[in-house]
Design a protein around this ligand. Structure first.
Ligand SMILES: *Cc1c(COP(=O)(O)O)cnc(C)c1O
Length: 362
């Protein structure tokens, strides 16, 4: 065996499973004896149709998606969906948003262009706010279930019991844990955190929410149109769908702690996060400021108590083979994103580095 690649803690686009990257490399010039790269195939040809169908089948199986949900492979990213969701679901009426951090705040601002937006509760980026003031006549309630920048995660989906559909932006923890579909009307996420390359956006939408798009909604972003065309109304991001499909196959076969598939992935995520938070809490040089009951398993922001050490920390981490640990520019500090594809060994290496750095500089 050669030495392993550096461990990459980027928040997104993010690290992918190495076996997937190797398979993509091996199939780059000739997919399945077709004589074509996947990038060169018609999206309507039998080769690509088989790739897309397998990807949807495997994704549905992994997340136990019920039959009355449609799975859409779209483009536009998470921020695109901030406009596409209200154009499809709000009917120009009322939208409630629970602000838990940076991404949900952006979602509220964008939805204001299309709907009457009410912030039902607002947190400080370190906890999930209580006492939501929801409106019974809202078209939907928007929640970001994992705030990538703040590191705040819902460990259980909220129960919205006034009959209003719940929309979740799950970009940065999709496929890291199961989704309770009984509580969700629509879920969306960009692929580049946990699923595959940037350019692919996944949307899961309950069938009864289709067919209400505002007339200004572009056809290519009308969920009903996209669903009717099996996500082939216009050319979908074919290469990204192919890579995502390989990630789904990898996830289905993944084994850890006597478990397989999504259960194994979730267990490893629990163990990785516990290891890292324990190290941060046990150290005197570092600090994570998120309340324990909503700390993200995927994105772990932390601060050095002496911020003058930030540059040295990043330089020495990189030299130790630990990449992209710099925090988001709006909040500063550090952030370790430990998505599905991050091995336990990567977190162990980071923890060892944290201890070593503190011993030398603390
Ligand atoms: C990354 C991210 C987005 C933005 O995705 P783009 O693909 O850059 O538009 C939106 N929401 C959340 C929670 C994210 O993590």
């Amino acid at each position: 065996m050669t030495a392993h690649r550096p461990f990459n803690f980027s928040a997104g686009p993010a690290t992918l499973p190495e076996p997937v990257l190797r398979q993509v490399a091996a199939e780059m010039l000739d997919w399945g004896g077709s004589g074509m790269s996947v990038m060169e195939m018609s999206h309507r040809g039998k080769e690509f149709i088989s790739i897309a169908e397998a990807a949807e089948r495997d994704l549905r199986e992994l997340l136990s998606v019920p039959p009355h949900f449609r799975v859409l492979f779209m483009q536009g990213g998470g921020l695109g969906e901030n406009a596409i969701v209200p154009m499809n679901l709000s009917r120009g009426g009322k939208v409630d948003v629970v602000v838990t951090g940076s991404w949900s705040r952006k979602s509220a601002a964008e939805a204001r262009r299309y709907a009457d937006v009410h912030v039902a509760a607002e947190g400080n980026g370190r906890e999930i706010p209580r006492d939501w003031r929801l409106r019974d006549d809202a078209a939907y309630v928007h929640v970001c279930t994992n705030e990538t920048i703040d590191g705040v995660e819902f460990h259980d989906l909220p129960l919205v019991d006034n009959g209003v559909p719940l929309v979740i932006d799950c970009s940065s923890h999709m496929l890291s844990r199961p989704i309770d579909w009984s509580r969700v009307g629509l879920a969306f996420g960009g692929a580049q955190k946990n699923i595959g390359p940037a350019g692919l956006t996944l949307v899961f939408v309950r069938e009864d929410l289709l067919g209400h798009a505002m007339s200004i909604c572009p056809s290519a972003f009308n969920y009903e149109t996209v669903a009717a065309a099996q996500s082939m109304y216009n050319t979908p991001p074919t290469f990204a769908i192919y890579v995502a499909g390989l990630v789904f196959q990898w996830a289905k076969a993944f084994e850890y702690a006597g478990k397989q598939g999504l259960a194994a992935i979730e267990q490893r995520n629990i163990d990785k996060a516990a290891l890292l938070y324990q190290a941060l809490d046990g150290a005197s040089l570092y600090e994570n400021r998120v309340q324990a009951n909503c700390r993200s398993r995927m994105n772990v922001p932390f601060y050095l108590k002496d911020e003058r050490l930030n540059d040295a920390f990043l330089t020495e981490a990189k030299a130790a083979g630990l990449l992209q640990l710099k925090g988001h520019k709006t909040v500063g500090g550090m952030r370790a994103s430990i998505y599905n594809a991050m091995p336990l060994e990567g977190v162990q290496a980071l923890v060892a580095f944290l201890k070593d750095f503190e011993a030398r500089h603390g």
